[in-house]
Design a protein around this ligand. Structure first.
Ligand SMILES: C[S@@+](CC[C@H](N)C(=O)[O-])C[C@H]1O[C@@H](n2cnc3c(N)ncnc32)[C@H](O)[C@@H]1O
Length: 291
């Protein structure tokens, strides 16, 4: 047994290396990186085991080695494995300073544009189960339900995308535990959700604004037209620097001049995109008008 394989087995007590070994982990990490940009360092060996073991069983494979061969060959199975390897943790009004910034710095201008017959396009990229998207949509429509309903009838659309179909299914259902809505400011929650005390539902006016789509951020983007606002938060933390830099450069090109990019609190824009993106505050960037 090589040192790496021995260390690997030590880290996974009770799991036979014949069922799941260092080579299997390496092969799965390589597939996750190539397909979705997700970096899985060796410390994630147990996580990979626990996320994929149910799929290995379901596929009828006796070992991870056999499963690796299967996902190499069968695209749908590979897609399922990638979904299972994503981390979808999210919550309403996460990093609330972004929604405050959007409300105070962008919303007045975007509302005026809509009222004058213009259009607004926003993208929640890596939306997971939708909490970020609904938080953004509520903030745009504002606390006055009637005024918000009038705005929603204007030319406004929000694209919400993720690679994980199970997360998108929850997002599309637009139904959450009532307690999950607690971080939402009371006036917005009252205007745009209904609740029976246990379950909360997102109002139809809000749902009509959003299109949820399955999209791998590393692949082709079929969207035509640019966005006024892009949220891509806590997604790039799973990527390495070259992947992040390529992605933010693509986001910069997808923004309208003076469009705004919001990224997660532990993320920074680096690389060529900095020629086009001007920092406006922590984790908020504006595409320069000249770009
Ligand atoms: C931790 S969640 C972040 C959700 C939300 N943006 C937030 O900040 O709360 C990260 C999401 O990124 C998605 N993701 C990871 N790699 C992706 C890729 N290559 N393409 C699209 N989405 C990806 C995952 O499926 C997951 O739902």
């Amino acid at each position: 047994m090589t040192n790496l394989a021995a260390a690997f087995s030590d880290a996974l007590p009770g799991i036979s290396p014949d069922v799941y070994g260092a080579e299997d982990f390496r092969a799965i990490s390589e597939i996750a990186y190539r397909e979705a940009g997700i970096v899985l360092p060796e410390g994630k060996a147990m996580l990979v085991y626990s996320r994929l073991a149910p799929l290995v069983r379901e596929s009828g494979c006796a070992t991870f080695g056999a499963y690796v061969l299967r996902i190499r060959e069968v695209g749908d199975e590979r897609q399922k494995a990638i979904c299972a390897l994503t981390t979808n943790h999210t919550f309403f009004y996460r990093e609330s300073h972004h929604f405050d910034h959007f409300r105070d710095s962008l919303r007045p201008h975007l509302v005026r544009r809509l009222e004058q017959g213009g259009s607004v396009r926003m993208w929640s990229a890596g939306c997971s189960s939708g909490e970020e998207t609904w938080s953004l949509a509520m903030t745009l429509l504002g606390p006055d339900r009637k005024a918000g309903q009038a705005l929603a009838k204007r030319d406004v659309r929000i694209l919400a995308s993720d690679i994980a179909t199970h997360a998108l299914n929850k997002a599309t259902a637009a139904r959450y535990r009532a307690e999950d809505l607690k971080p939402v400011p009371d006036d917005l929650r009252n205007a745009w959700t209904t609740s029976d005390g246990e379950t909360a539902e997102i109002a139809q006016d809000l749902r009509a604004l959003v299109r949820f789509r399955s999209l791998n951020l590393l692949g082709d983007w079929p969207m035509q037209g640019r966005f006024d606002v892009i949220f891509c938060r806590n997604v790039m933390i799973y990527f390495d620097t070259p992947t992040k830099e390529r992605l933010v450069a693509r986001f910069a090109r997808m923004l309208q001049p003076e469009g705004t990019l919001y990224i997660g609190h532990s993320e920074r824009v680096t690389g060529p995109a900095l020629d086009q993106l001007v920092p406006m505050g922590p984790t908020v960037y504006r595409r320069s008008a000249a770009a």
